[in-house]
Ligand binder design. Sequence first.
Ligand code: PLP
Length: 221
Amino acid sequence: MQSKTTEALADINARLGEAAREDGRSPNDVKLIAVSKTFDAPDILPVLDVGQRLFGENRVQEAKSKWPELKERYPDIELHLIGPLQSNKAKEAVELFDAIHSIDRPKIAKVIAEEMTKQGKTLQLFVQVNTGEEPQKAGVMPRETKAFVDMCRAELGLTLAGLMCIPPVDDEPAVHFAFLDKLAKECGLAGRSMGMSSDYETAVKFGATHVRVGSAIFGAR
Ligand SMILES: *Cc1c(COP(=O)(O)O)cnc(C)c1O
């Protein structure tokens, strides 16, 4: 069934495909994460019905309240945690999610590594980088990123999927996307989780492999 939401989704997929081709990549090389935070099953089901399977949530508790039931109906759902993670939620996060985009300190990397071993489950892990060096924002500082990635690999035996950033609201996002792309290259990482509703096409031009789009699909929160 067509709705405002599914029309928006189709439009975004078309734009993403176009942006990927302009960047010399296949549309399949860019994954759209539909960010469903604050929305419940009635808003999410139409998007599932038209084939979207990749979703993002920023809170473990909120995700736990809606996704287990939806996963029973659509077992091939892939769920990404894009918000900050406390170590006391690591167990639940590894149980529920397929990917975490907010690895940003040794302690959380360590508990996630331990939980994955315990649960026999491997998640895609992205290191969040505070590209704007904002004091209030989560993420590893840019100059510490390479050392942090090396530590995750050498000491924790983790295979990382890539880097993630959230540019400062008042900055030109392209500068941050280019910077994250450069850092990812230095770290030998293929994944770049960057771009949201207002700038996902720009992000793809700078090499995004995962864009996180919420309000452009589901409407204002
Ligand atoms: C909410 C959120 C998004 C989606 O933002 P929109 O502007 O609604 O597309 C992307 N990334 C993170 C980390 C978020 O918390």
